[in-house]
Design a protein around this ligand. Structure first.
Ligand SMILES: [Fe+2]
Length: 370
């Protein structure tokens, strides 16, 4: 069943105050943030700072990067201490959607066939560029999760644009963590203190998928513009398989074209989300589920082709370029050395675990066998 999610927009301050005249208004906003996260694992927030111009420049720069020849991009693949792709370039068809028992259980509870994810086995077509943002932790225990950023020489201004948008999203993520703490009736800085000074391994991790190349890979020999547009019109094709994120929250800036589909906590699938200008979309991850003892679910999502991509693809094809979908997720992470114990909810199922161990467990499944 095709549904469009009509999320309310919550206005937030990047430097929230919890007392005085603004306090009551922010407390109400905090309750709305938590309510939306509990129900949908998602909330749209509008920070008191302009995002649109930075977002636009970033999409343009990343489009240029993802169109570079594969051999050039692969110069930016970084591997350290057996952990790859935590910074720099991750080629297409590297990540694997995880098919663990928990995912299977969630899918089995979905009654309506049309609400189920696109069947998908194997690797994800999306590529990524991982750009760490924030004051890096000098984590002696988890250095491989806390690497310095990578500079790309071939796209002038790309790194500056990453810093610009990255810092805006970083600020929004930290502020939202305060709204979540307050909405859970806990002290404002309770979650925030786990995220900064020094920062957790926060990362702006834009995704890129060249729709023409993916279409050609799937259907060799058929790559005319008309066939490509018909494919987008007719097939729901998996670009990033059904999963939830390992980190605390993911803060999305606007993508250049729709494609993100999400599930409510009750298994209702929502189609091709778009983010209104001036807003960011906040999505709950596994660290937040753990820290709230299961009260806030880790939101499931996938990225697929959709007819909503056609206007963007047609414009690019007319301009003589391959259409490349660029997504803008920013991963907000708990500092690797923090022992994560639930601040509310079920403390029996969700046992204390260090954030670095929690993340490394997941990484080993994401980059598993082909
Ligand atoms: Fe994700």
């Amino acid at each position: 069943m095709s549904r469009t999610l009509d999320l309310p927009i919550v206005d937030i301050l990047l430097r929230p105050q919890w007392d005085g005249p603004a306090g009551a208004r922010n407390q109400t906003a905090a309750a709305r943030v938590v309510e939306a996260l509990r129900q949908h694992g998602l909330v749209l927030v509008r920070p008191d700072s302009a995002f649109a111009a930075s977002n636009q420049v970033f999409l343009q720069k990343m489009g240029v990067f993802f169109r570079l020849p594969e051999a050039v991009k692969r110069k930016y693949v970084i591997e350290q201490a057996g952990v790859s792709y935590e910074v720099g370039y991750m080629p297409p068809h590297t990540e694997h959607a995880q098919a663990d028992a928990e995912y299977g259980e969630f899918i089995a509870r979905i009654d309506n066939e049309a609400d189920k994810p696109v069947p998908h086995i194997g690797s994800n077509p999306i590529a990524r560029f991982m750009a760490p943002i924030g004051e890096r932790a000098s984590s002696e225990e988890f250095p491989e999760l806390n690497l310095p950023p990578v500079t790309v020489a071939e796209v002038p201004g790309m790194n500056a644009s990453i810093d610009d948008l990255g810092h805006l999203l970083h600020g929004a993520g930290l502020a939202v963590s305060e709204y979540i703490s307050v909405g859970l009736q806990r002290p404002p800085k309770l979650l925030r203190d786990m995220l900064e000074h020094p920062d957790g391994p926060h990362c702006l991790a834009p995704t890129g998928v060249n729709l023409r190349e993916e279409f050609a890979r799937k259907t060799p020999g058929r790559v005319s513009n008309t066939d490509l547009l018909n494919w987008l019109r007719n097939e729901r094709y998996c670009l990033d398989g059904f999963h939830n994120d390992v980190n605390l929250i993911t803060v999305h800036a606007r993508a250049n074209t729709p494609g993100l589909h999400t599930w409510s906590a009750h298994g209702e699938r929502y189609d091709a989300l778009t983010i209104p200008e001036g807003c960011v979309l906040v999505q709950s991850g596994r660290q937040l589920r753990h820290l709230t003892g299961g009260l806030i679910p880790a939101m499931y999502h996938e990225v697929t082709t959709t007819p909503g991509m056609i206007p963007y693809a047609r414009d690019e094809l007319e301009a003589g370029r391959d259409p490349v979908r660029v997504g803008c997720p920013f991963f907000v992470h708990v500092r690797s050395d923090v022992l994560m114990s639930p601040i509310v909810g079920d403390r029996t199922t969700y046992r204390p675990i260090k954030a670095g161990d929690f993340v490394k467990e997941m990484i080993s499944t994401i980059y598993g066998n082909n």
